[in-house]
Write a protein that binds this ligand. Structure first.
Ligand code: HEM
Length: 223
């Protein structure tokens, strides 16, 4: 049945070359844990990607209930967590995934670093990776404020105080991020926009560049 549907579409749109080009590649022996157990370190990039997909999907569902204003934000999260069917699971995925994705990205970065995989010709992909790293940090920082509880407020206060210590542009950066003098309505609206539109858009673009470069250059090694 599935084969029939596939053939029907393929006959009309010739999709086989497209997916073969994307997916039909041999995995080199040195990155296959079935051959060398230590090759499991090559999985960290893919695991980072897997959790990133979970973050995007769970985040999309969270926006169906989350209300980004200071009167309703906390209550909307409370409602989602305690009243909505599967709400606790969706929020749990996004909450724990946020930490796990950073851990995975860090392990992936360590793998690339200690194997020297950033060396010529992969320098540009390391640079893209560093940009991804900052975007991920930004997602963590802006997402933390959104539940609008005491922990969120004071964590953001600490984060903005750190921003102030940057020479010359520190004060400007803080005002720009907070949208004013205090952490208030403007800050929450701004963090929400950055968290769900600006940074995810940047992340998608950067990940596309990351994967295109990996495909073009192939995986590094064996050592
Ligand atoms: C969302 C975050 C990221 C995702 C989803 C991701 C994904 C991947 C994947 C799937 C690979 C293929 C090889 C592997 O899995 O080890 C890879 C390779 C690579 N990544 Fe990342 N990555 C991320 C972040 C980073 C960061 C933060 C850096 C460095 C600062 C980085 C630098 C590199 C480099 C240089 C390679 C080529 C390695 C080689 O050819 O051996 N990546 N990435």
């Amino acid at each position: 049945m599935l084969q029939k549907i596939y053939d029907w579409v393929d006959e009309r749109l010739d999709i086989t070359p497209i997916w073969r080009d994307i997916a039909d590649h041999e995995v080199p022996e040195h990155v296959n844990p079935a051959h060398h157990f230590s090759a499991f370190v090559y999985c960290f990039g893919g695991l980072t990607f897997f959790i990133t997909v979970i973050q995007i999907l769970s985040g999309m569902f969270l926006t169906m209930y989350y209300v980004p204003d200071i009167i309703n934000a906390w209550e909307s999260v409370y409602y989602l967590q305690n009243e909505v069917a599967f709400g606790v699971i969706v929020r749990g995925l996004h909450h724990w995934g946020a930490s796990l994705v950073i851990v995975m990205m860090f392990l992936h970065t360590l793998r690339v670093f200690f194997q020297g995989a950033y060396k010529k010709p992969r320098e540009l992909n390391w640079v893209v990776g560093v940009l991804i790293f900052f975007v991920m940090m930004g997602l963590g920082f802006t997402g933390y404020l959104l539940p609008w509880d005491m922990k969120a407020l004071f964590a953001t206060k600490v984060g903005l105080e750190i921003a102030v210590t940057v020479p010359i542009v520190g004060d400007l950066a803080k005002t720009f991020l907070a949208g004013g003098e205090i952490i208030g309505a403007q800050t929450l609206a701004r963090f929400f926009a950055i968290h769900v539109f600006f940074l995810p858009a940047a992340l998608l673009g950067l990940m596309a560049a990351h994967f295109i470069m990996i495909r073009k250059q192939g995986i590094s090694g064996p050592l």
